[in-house]
Design a binder for this molecule. Structure first.
Ligand code: B16
Ligand code: MG
Length: 213
């Protein structure tokens, strides 16, 4: 029985992928690497440092950079990303998400967040949703990012539920893999999962309850 729903952030609650893309593209370009939207798809759900390493490998220049260089390049990208986030507001919540969260809350269903973004609390504050989330899993406290299951396991723990009583919602293949690795039932937004939906506006308690049958 579904007693808790665990949300991914980027691509499910709001579309921050476009800001990540701008910041990564600018950084990559300074390093002489050109990335396009297709490549950006492979970065969805992937933690910051892992994303940068993927970009450097894509450009064939991974060996040129030390771990310290990588840390400072990732910080640089994050500074630009944070500037882009300043324009974020309640209007950037994806269609149907706030109504769905309210429906879950009025049915006493716990709400967790399993985002690998270290900026998640800031983003949720800007969207004015933070008060409605029972637990935000802290990505710095888990050993491995998606596609490892750690962040989903931590979110289920935080809302005090067994994995079997939870359902997770993701837009990225890496996130669906993470849920499958811990046997969490999955809803995919535009990505193949146990229940696949085209967009966030299709989410409702009735729809996700199909996973209980
Ligand atoms: P940050 P999610 C992920 O968010 C993004 O999809 C991914 O592109 C980003 O690199 C990652 O968060 C880390 O974000 O740089 O803000 O810590 O899909 O797990 O909500
Ligand atoms: Mg996502």
């Amino acid at each position: 029985m579904i007693k808790g729903v665990i949300f991914d952030l980027d691509g499910v609650i709001t579309d921050t992928a476009k800001f990540h893309y701008i910041a990564w593209k600018n950084l990559a370009s300074e390093l002489g690497i050109e990335i396009d939207e297709k490549f950006n798809e492979t970065l969805k759900g992937i933690p910051r440092l892992d994303s940068l390493i993927k970009i450097l490998e894509y450009g064939g220049v991974r060996q040129k950079y030390s771990d310290t260089d990588i840390d400072s390049l990732a910080d640089k990208k994050n500074e630009e990303y944070k500037l882009l986030l300043e324009e974020l507001s309640k209007d950037d919540i994806l269609p149907g998400i706030e109504e769905f969260i309210d429906e879950l809350r009025s049915n006493n269903i716990k709400i967790g967040l399993a985002s690998v973004s270290k900026n998640a609390p800031t983003i949720l504050k800007k969207l004015e949703l933070i008060e409605k989330i029972d637990f935000i899993a802290d990505p710095s406290k888990v050993a491995k990012g998606k596609p490892a299951p750690d962040i989903f396991i931590e979110a289920a723990r935080g809302i005090g539920l067994e994995i079997e009583n939870t359902v997770g919602i993701e837009d990225a293949e890496s996130g669906v893999k993470a849920m499958r690795a811990c046997n969490m039932r999955s809803v995919g937004i535009g990505v193949e999962a146990d229940l696949t939906l085209k967009g966030t506006s299709e989410l409702s308690l009735e729809v996700i309850s199909m996973l209980d049958k």
